[in-house]
Design a protein around this ligand. Structure first.
Ligand code: HEM
Length: 411
């Protein structure tokens, strides 16, 4: 059923079919390729759609209500199954306990701390560019967008660089268990996720055992020494808590930056006027990043589960209903961005919610922004003019918007 009529009191029967079809399509490759048009149509047809126990939110005001009310719209372990045996920390922890974890983690990902990585990220970006610049072409995804954030992340945690391939297998196995096999059923996906999750736990256990014996200047050592407030007492994190943080960081911190880089470069390769604007004035890169995050919304939606009965825009929501919160729809909502369908690299202010909203807003946004800024600066300094290889038809993965083959050419 579709909801969100003027006055938000009754179901929108007239447009139900179209609205339901649109809502049902949000996990498709077609949606992922051009979500902005979907969002426009979904807001027009019905900003709240209920299909069985799934509710899809596509308008800024209802999305904001969900973000502001974690006591009803929870991101607990039942919201999404990633093969983990305990709740991921801090995403699957509800307030008030959630705050204790953020107090511990926020300083470790603070802008000042992340800024210390800048020289290293720039060096890495340039080393990657060195490997293909003379060819006049690359597969941007494989050659740049995947290795950059993954290597940065492994160095941050203090993991051996020779484990990169293993790490990528973990990440991809959890996020896209079917790989290119769209027909893989849910049970099979769960089986793959569960197996990989077990491997991941074992991997981090082994490294943490080593760090117990000998601390290093890395995030894992910091987590081993970190203290958290529990019932008024300061206590060390347990081994399980550290594992549950590492699991989430691996899922949340790698793919998202790869997706963003892919989406940004695919856009810029096809919009030379915007690419030239960045090349002419690299000082606009920070605001260009915010605008591309808004427009592309590489993470188009996040998951919630209702833990109490409620209603949104006239739509009854029952305990146990799964909610898809389409942040990308908020990012193009005319009430928040009156000219939201114009890409303006100088947009200011830019109150996008590409990093989410409410208490679970992204922990790694400062790291992500640093990586994106340095990548954009170094790349455009060395490869200012590039385009898609001729006859390329881009395919975006469903859910997190990655372009697994993104051939770019330059002269
Ligand atoms: C451009 C890249 C990124 C995007 C678009 C992004 C997006 C998001 C979004 C939308 C959420 C909210 C999830 C929800 O409410 O259910 C989130 C949460 C989170 N992100 Fe990111 N993220 C990015 C990069 C990163 C990085 C690099 C890290 C880690 C190093 C990270 C770690 C996290 C964590 C731990 C949470 C959960 C926070 C909490 O529950 O309090 N993210 N991110």
């Amino acid at each position: 059923m579709a909801y969100g009529s003027p006055g938000d009191t009754a179901p929108l029967d007239a447009s139900s079919d179209t609205a339901m079809a649109l809502a049902a399509g949000i996990m498709s490759a077609e949606f992922s390729k051009e979500p902005q048009e979907y969002f426009r149509r979904m807001r027009a047809e019905a900003p709240v759609v209920k299909i069985g126990t799934m509710v899809v939110l596509a308008r800024w005001d209802v999305i904001n209500q969900a973000f502001r009310n974690p006591a009803v719209f929870s991101s607990n372990k039942d919201a999404v199954d990633l093969g983990n045996v305990r709740p991921l920390i801090p995403l699957q922890i509800d307030p008030p306990q959630h705050k204790n974890y953020r107090k511990l983690l926020d300083p470790l990902f603070a802008p000042r701390v992340m800024a210390e990585l800048e020289a290293d990220v720039a060096k890495l970006a340039n080393e990657l560019i060195d490997t293909f610049i003379a060819n006049g072409s690359c597969d941007f995804n494989t050659d740049f967008a995947v290795p950059l954030p993954c290597t940065v992340f492994m160095r941050l945690l203090g993991l051996p660089s020779q484990d990169l391939a293993l790490f990528l297998r973990f990440k991809d196995g959890i996020i896209r268990p079917g790989g290119h096999d769209a027909s893989l059923d849910l049970d099979a996906q769960t089986r793959i996720r569960t197996e990989i999750a077990q491997e991941m736990y074992a991997y981090f256990e082994k490294i943490l055992d080593q760090r117990e014996i000998e601390r290093r200047d890395d995030l894992l050592s910091k987590l081993l020494d970190a203290e958290i407030n529990e019932d008024g007492d300061r206590v060390r994190l347990t081994r399980d808590q550290i594992l549950d943080i590492c699991f989430l960081l691996l899922i949340a911190g790698l793919d998202t930056v790869t997706d963003s880089l892919d989406c940004f470069y695919a856009y810029l390769a096809q919009h030379p006027e915007h690419r030239e604007q960045i090349v002419a004035d690299p000082a606009i890169i920070p605001s260009a990043i915010e605008e591309l995050l808004r427009w592309e919304s590489p993470v188009p939606g996040v998951a919630r589960i209702a833990v109490a009965d409620t209603e949104l825009a006239g739509c009854p929501i029952h305990t146990g209903d799964k909610i898809s919160v389409l942040v990308g729809a908020a990012n193009t909502d005319e009430t928040l961005f009156p000219d939201g369908y114009t890409v303006d690299l100088l947009r200011n202010p830019n109150p996008h919610v590409a990093f989410g909203g409410g208490v679970h807003r992204c922990l790694g946004s400062h790291l992500a922004r640093l990586e994106l800024r340095v990548a954009m600066r170094e790349w455009h300094r060395r490869i200012p003019s590039y385009s898609l290889a001729p006859d390329t038809d881009l395919e975006y993965t469903p859910a997190l918007r990655q372009i697994e083959y993104l051939p770019l050419v330059w002269s």
